[in-house]
Ligand binder design. Sequence first.
Ligand code: FES
Length: 152
Amino acid sequence: MNIGKVLGKYEHKVENLLPILLEIQDDLQDKYITPDIARAVSEEMKIPYSQMSEVISFFAAINKTPKGKYHIEMCNSTVCKVNENFLIENYLKDTLGIQIGETTEDKMFSLDYAPCFGACDVSPSIRINKRAYGKLSVEKVRKIINELRGEQ
Ligand code: FES
């Protein structure tokens, strides 16, 4: 991971920490910010590590643990809840054998909650590796997961 390349695109200001960390995270295989990376960014940007840690713990979008190849985010905001996204959540937990915040043993799938990501008009929605999928039913989600598993 070339942290310097990402840092070179931004002014080294605290308000740029979130986009910087998200861009670094997206480039990492395990899609999370390790303490070593946080420390390196903190040193490069000359921002105290304590401040860096606060930003990391405040923003849910910054992953604190390794994620699977496919990071599934369940919207847990009002519109998706009203549209019975619990059916999709239950199916995902069941078929993947994991709970929210966990990763499958084979490191293929991670499941997390996310706040509304603007796909309310096609609710219920999930995101997989930042791509939104909407108008979901359990059957549609089953197809998506099977495709990702290579089962078609
Ligand atoms: S409420 Fe779920 S995407 Fe907006």
